[in-house]
Design a protein around this ligand. Structure first.
Ligand SMILES: Nc1ncnc2c1ncn2[C@@H]1O[C@H](COP(=O)(O)OP(=O)(O)OP(=O)(O)O)[C@@H](O)[C@H]1O
Ligand SMILES: N[C@@H](CCO)C(=O)O
Length: 322
């Protein structure tokens, strides 16, 4: 159950008059989210998603929603925020920020094949390129500053072996972040959480990326690493599936060629992508927020992935002789 704010059809009918969407016809709560209250709504002009933001504030939201609007305007498949008649894409419902966005068709693909990974890789590259001229700035709020701040908080809960792993990995990543190679990496707005449950497919056709609420400015390579670490692995072992990784990386490279510096930083960034989610899952597991209703994700999954990415040389980003 994740409908924190209830909205009736009558309330929606009244509220929606500020948009050019016609009359409201139906409203149905979506149960799967944990951060926001989402509804599928239909109006005279079609199907949409209404989101009431339960934690994000009016100050935090413009970066995410304007980025989605910017990408949608450039043909990237993402939910497009709908402005009201005054041009506002963030409005107020029950005293909370709320937005209407276009509905993506289809379902999440939770058992991806190479064809799905290729579609995600190509769209990710196109998204990075399309976001280059986005004018707002916000750092990745789950980036290296957050890791350094939160590692000491989770440290007391860890085994000796995991304390050692976290300490040495963080030191390794801090050293990389000030290296010449790192400085050469291309950066800009990234999704930063492009897991299988944040992409929609209609059959084998990708219909959109969504859930941009961890987006921020960081290296494009970090986004690729996070995405590969979820889409291109065996979920039981955490091992990379070479056919899926190859399909994703080749498709990305065709749209936006990887650079030599990115190849140099690739294994390190796969480790960074694993460290980021190991840490956030450790935090949510050991320090659950008050009244947290859902079972936290398993941190051990990303501990396993981190250990594997340290131990194994990954497939190259691209064929440097080709
Ligand atoms: N634009 C959209 N089009 C179609 N379905 C959507 C759209 N936005 C959200 N959904 C549906 O609503 C569900 C919850 O959305 P979302 O993941 O954004 O919520 P959340 O509260 O941020 O959840 P979490 O952080 O747990 O992923 C999605 O799994 C998806 O099924
Ligand atoms: N993708 C995150 C959840 C928050 O978006 C995780 O699997 O830990």
């Amino acid at each position: 159950m994740a409908v924190f704010t209830s909205v009736s059809l009558d309330e929606l009918s009244q509220w929606i008059t500020q948009f050019d969407l016609g009359r409201a016809r139906t409203i149905r709560g979506i149960s799967s989210g944990i951060e926001n209250t989402n509804f599928f709504i239909t109006t005279d002009s079609g199907e949409y998603v209404l989101t009431v933001f339960e934690k994000l504030t009016f100050e935090q939201l413009p970066f995410y929603l304007n980025l989605m609007r910017h990408l949608a305007d450039r043909g990237i498949l993402v939910p497009a925020p709908i402005p009201n008649r005054d041009g506002a894409i963030i409005n107020t419902l029950h005293g909370k920020p709320a937005s209407i966005v276009t509905k993506l068709h289809g379902d999440c693909q939770l058992s991806p094949q190479p064809v799905h990974c290729a579609a995600v890789g190509a769209m990710l590259a196109r998204m990075h390129l399309a976001a280059r001229d986005f004018s707002m700035q916000q750092p990745n709020l789950r980036g290296i500053a957050w890791w350094n701040e939160n590692a000491p908080i989770v440290m007391p809960y860890l085994s000796e072996a995991n304390k050692q792993l976290l300490t040495t990995e963080l030191a390794f990543q801090n050293a990389f972040a000030v290296s010449d190679t790192y400085r050469e990496l291309q950066a800009g707005p990234i999704h930063a959480d492009l897991f299988r449950n944040n992409v929609m497919f209609d059959g084998d056709r990708l219909t959109g990326f969504f859930d941009f609420y961890f987006a921020g400015c960081d290296t494009w390579l970090f986004d690729v690493a996070v995405t590969v670490n979820d889409w291109c692995i065996d979920l039981h072992t955490g091992r990379l599936d070479i056919a899926r990784a190859r399909a994703m990386l080749d498709a990305y490279h065709r749209e936006r060629p990887f650079t030599a510096a990115e190849q140099q930083g690739w294994q390190t960034m796969l480790r960074a992508g694993a460290l980021r989610f190991w840490l956030s899952r450790l935090y949510d597991f050991h320090l659950p927020r008050e009244a947290e209703m859902l079972t936290p994700h398993d941190p051990a999954h990303f501990e396993r992935i981190l250990r594997l990415r340290i131990a194994d040389v990954p497939p190259p980003l691209f064929d440097q002789n080709g």
